[in-house]
Design a protein around this ligand. Sequence first.
Ligand code: TYM
Length: 332
Amino acid sequence: MDESKKVIFSGIQPSGDLTLGNYLGALKNWVKLQEEYDCYFCVVDLHAITVKQTPANLRKKTLEMLAIYIGAGIDPEKNTLFIQSHVSAHSELSWLLTCNTYMGELGRMTQYKDKSQKLGDSIGSGLFNYPVLMAADILLYNANLVPVGKDQKQHLELCRDIANRFNNTYSDTFIIPDPYIPSTGAKIMNLQDPSKKMSKSDENPNTYILIMDPPEVIRKKISRAVTDTLGKINYSDDQPGIKNLINILCSIKGITPEDVVTNYADKGYAEFKKDVAESIIDELAPLQEKINNLLSNKSYLEEIYKNGAIKANYVANKTLRKVQKKIGLIPR
Ligand code: TYM
């Protein structure tokens, strides 16, 4: 651990297959930031159980997620990679912070509001409290920066509010984290309905690209992606389907929307879509190979998450003890 480096914390739920949205919104940026920061990347299995999971599938997806982190280029030697439930401080701090969070604050979270609209009274209380667990994740490691997609911005603001309130009540304890939200790729949209975000929980597989999708599937999904009848490649809210594909291309290639508009000034949608599909395939092919290799080496993955848990527990428990003491719990 390099004490002089600032700290990053982020995580992804192992609640299904990873989409291109998760990859471009979060994971790809983690890879970029890992040299500069002391990073904690967590597979947040406790978040995944806010909705019903099949036990065997949850175990499988948790391990897959770890393989995806490494396959995407996160170096397990330089970063702390671990599984959330292996560090019990997450659950413990979550309770302590729950007692310092208002129902009103949690009820205002748009993700909760959307889900409760769909689920009504049968919405689990875990979905309501989930942003507090997320705050605990971040605050335990004194994270300065949290790289996430746009949909997590509101949760991060709540985390800052919770931390500030705690600091004001009990004296300076937590570092107030900043979000890191990429300029392109922060919100990759649904390929069939570009007014919605691309989501792994969507029922229709044509709406998303999975990072393990084979090339022919990627080509098919992109060629079927909804566009418009204007026939011109512009970066405009009037052309949300095209805008989304431009964002995908920019995020993969590290270019700007203006570059894309210039390059495709006199080209049609079919050619543009073909190039978008090939750029995704080129980006994902090496990842897919690495991930498949890692998944055939379970003992290596086990070694990584066990070592990660030792490092994470050490830092997290230090913060937890400090918080317990400040609140007035008798030190053990
Ligand atoms: P999750 O698992 O839903 O998503 C993981 C990451 O992917 C980003 N993301 C997207 N980015 C761009 N376009 C999309 N369509 C898209 N969909 C998802 C998310 O913003 C996220 O960065 N609560 C978090 C997990 C979490 C966490 C944390 C994150 C738990 N604790 C602490 C940061 C810090 C979640 O459900 O993400």
